[in-house]
Design a protein. Structure first.
Length: 76
């Protein structure tokens, strides 16, 4: 995540460490709500809602990829 530098839609990496075989990231707190609230798994969303969400998410993902980083854990 250090490779990403700064982006106003990506939390800043404050620290990282390993304990045993686990790897931990400490990121800045971002106030908001989880994507799972926007995209509940039990209902279908109208196409316009999906397009609006993707318009917010895909540019950030494009930035991440342009920095040579693969996210590997995108989910609502």
């Amino acid at each position: 995540m250090e490779k990403l530098g700064t982006h106003d839609q990506i939390p800043q990496l404050l620290a990282y460490f390993e304990e045993g075989e686990e790897f931990y990231l400490v990121e800045e707190l971002i106030i908001g709500h989880p994507l799972s609230e926007e995209m509940p798994l039990v209902i279908s969303l109208p196409e316009a809602n999906v397009i609006a969400i993707l318009r917010d998410v895909l540019p950030v993902l494009g930035f991440v990829h342009s920095q040579g980083v693969i996210h590997r854990d995108i989910k609502p």
